[in-house]
Design a protein around this ligand. Sequence first.
Ligand code: IVH
Length: 723
Amino acid sequence: MSEQLVAKNRIESLRAQIRRHDRLYYVENTPEITDQNYDRLMAELIELEKQFPEFYSPDSPTQRVGNELAGEFKTLKHAVPMLSIGNTYSYSDMREFDERMIRELGLGVSYSAELKYDGLAVSLTYVDGRFTLGATRGDGEKGDDITANLRTIKNIPLFLENAPKGTFHVRGEVLLPLKELERLNKEREENGEALFANARNAAAGSLKQHDPAVTAERKLTFVAYASARFPAFDDLELLTAYKKLGLPAASPCRICRDIEDAVAFCEEWKDKRFTLPFATDGIVIKVNSFALREKLGATAKSPRWAIAYKFPAETAATKLLSVSMQVGRTGAITPVANLEPVRLAGTKVSRATLHNFDEVERLDIRVGDTVLVEKAGEIIPDIVGVLKDKRDGSEEKIVAPDKCPVCQSPVYRDPEMAAITCSNASCPAVLKRALAHFASRNAMDITGLGPAVIDELVDKKIVSDYGDLYAIKGVNWLAFSNIGDKSAANLDHALNLSKQRPYDRLLFAIGIPGVGSATARTLAKSFPTMEKLVSATLEELTAVEGIGEINAKGIMSFFSNARNLEALEKLRSAGVAMEYRETEDVPKILDGKIFVITGAIPGVSRLEAAATILKYGGTVSESVSKTTSYLITEDLSAKSSKIDKALELGTPVISWKELAEMCGFEPPEIEEPRQFSLFDEPNKEEELKARKARLAKEKAEDKTENGNKEKEASQTDLFSELF
Ligand code: IVH
């Protein structure tokens, strides 16, 4: 066989294996191989495809993140219109709907009941099993072509084996997990950006990105619930067929004997839905038989055979105890309501944002009022109204401050933002938040520069901007009462490390209004040095994809501020890297992986090791648990409970060199041999096996002992640790 043919076969086999594992992992939740072995298959495939570009295929599992989209999304006409469903909030409407069905069909019908997923409805087109097109619902007739972004969603198969020949459409919902929404909003808050009000908006925002790499970071997931004209008898058959094909089918789906069964399903999920990892806003009830659906047909807007029961918005009444004023990183002052704690949508609520003072006025809300709190999109509590007839005259009006609650400087009203803002550019509250942002994980990642240290730095007037951080050296840290020798040394080290952060992280860190991590990456590529960005004109900035006029003006006004330029100058003279370096645009290979390090790594300090892992997108944790992806150690025979735990849990144990291979960086050259040995370097697999066997034996011996064996065991542990 020619080398080419061998490669072709291997490429095909790898693609099939990876597809199968994707499906086991993302759809069936029953992975068969470790992440490490999966990564190996993927790495081999990437390498082979690089060597043999003639075997390129757009539906290879390596092709999820494609090229950036230029300009607007293309508009597509849906082959089958994407109708919506009539909503109701009452069971009596559901019963009326049932009577209508019985009247029309002349017989009692069974229904399928499913969760009503609260994300973005999309339609996927498969041609001969290949995912060729994906579109948003749009107005139902026409939607946006978001194929490139949908391809990044891991549980959307790019290729369906055993799919029906020809074209078929799958309709479903793209969801943003609530945890991910929380993470995104935290990031946006740190960043001074407007928060997503709910998971639906966030999912939509994530799918309308012009850079699929941004969509890929968002951990979106897909669920399939309908296909027009699918060769099946009913929903049960349809969903079973989806599963067989490898599509993530809607679940649960209850086949209901009659409408009362469907009502019971709604009741069951009214509270249970809060245990789900994503947002739902009701139950969709559909006539189960596809033949009967055909008979019933549709109006212009919605099918006659379905109705959506919407869960009542969870509201609760509680008392407004007081209002605090929060000063944000941009100086904007936000009124925050402190409430008498109340349970709402599965969580305890004691605070809610009042957004701004226009909102306070609109609601005419006063301290002491009984207010109605609602959970919009299940995550952010909102005050939606005031029960004015509960007033007794003792309530107090909320007045907008005329001085900053932190530094007492006068405030001004930003005409564009409806926000009252502190006029003092070095307001301690603003500075503290700016420093916390500068040091945060996605920015300069300065370990150890936490809130307590920042408070001291600002309160003792040691720093007046982030540029001053790099001027504090060694013993000077010790001037703080709260910092010990070791922390001082660590901080010194962390600050030094941070000087080499990629340029886009620096752009994100310095707090340019409206510039989040994604925009920072775009800017870094378009303006590869700080000088170029500082002197960029409005035309140059708006010429960059994704940067609009408002954004561009914000950037320009940031760089026209003398204080900001002064801070940047301090960074420059401290030696902070300020230009784009190709090599630092590293792939986030370790994304989602959690590492634990035990023992020393020759040539690499703890901090450097952690920084490297973070740089490649991983996280570092202190102890080995079920969620740990890898344990890193250089000495497999070391006495370490972390290694034992890893072996017990089946966590892969790797060396720094193996990590370096995984990421593609050079491990440090060690001059001295690590250990003097007369024997050959031990084989890792064998060494691990032997250790595992030893552990198992010890455990078995433990079990055979009787009486207070646990106590004894822990005592032996203690002794062996002491000696
Ligand atoms: S069935 C024509 N099933 O909710 C009806 N729709 O107002 C075919 N939705 O935009 C859709 N979860 O996209 C169906 N389990 C589910 C659903 C669901 C959410 C969406 C649907 C539509 C809206 C209805």
